[in-house]
Design a binder for this molecule. Structure first.
Ligand SMILES: [Zn+2]
Ligand SMILES: [Zn+2]
Length: 141
């Protein structure tokens, strides 16, 4: 969060209520949210001054400054989560029945991807991994 405010200040952006609310909310999530989900959660927390349009503007601005990254799960909904300055990241499991998105991390997967890049003599800057299927709850139903 401190990092976000620093980058915004350096880019000449004065703090705005919507941006602060979005940064604060996403900083408390374990995974990505769409603009609509961000808006709904802010409302549920009692935030009444931030409109949906300003949430859209805020995520656009924050993604442009690379404070948020856009997560594409293949369903045409843009989701956002904070970019870690350390490069730490996770990947996603998507349930095709309930639509729930879960994060996961796997050191072996990261090593395997690095080895693939190396074998292809590719200087990898990033990667996306999405697993689609049915979550344990939906399998049990
Ligand atoms: Zn995520
Ligand atoms: Zn990874």
């Amino acid at each position: 969060m401190d990092h976000s405010h620093e980058v915004l200040a350096r880019a000449g952006h004065r703090s705005g209520a919507a941006r602060n609310a979005v940064i604060d909310l996403l900083g408390r999530q374990e995974c990505c949210l769409s603009a609509q989900e961000i808006y709904d959660l802010l409302r549920a927390e009692g935030e009444r001054t931030v409109g949906l349009a300003s949430v859209y503007r805020a995520v656009d601005l924050l993604a442009g400054l690379e404070l948020l990254q856009r997560v594409d799960l293949g369903d045409d909904v843009a989701r956002y989560e904070p970019t870690e300055p350390t490069g730490a990241h996770h990947h996603h499991l998507v349930c095709l029945d309930c639509g729930r998105v879960r994060p996961f991390e796997d050191a072996r997967l990261e090593r395997a991807l690095a080895e693939v890049a190396e074998a292809q003599r590719y200087a990898m800057e990033g990667h996306d991994v999405v697993l689609r299927g049915r979550c344990p709850v939906c399998q049990a139903a």
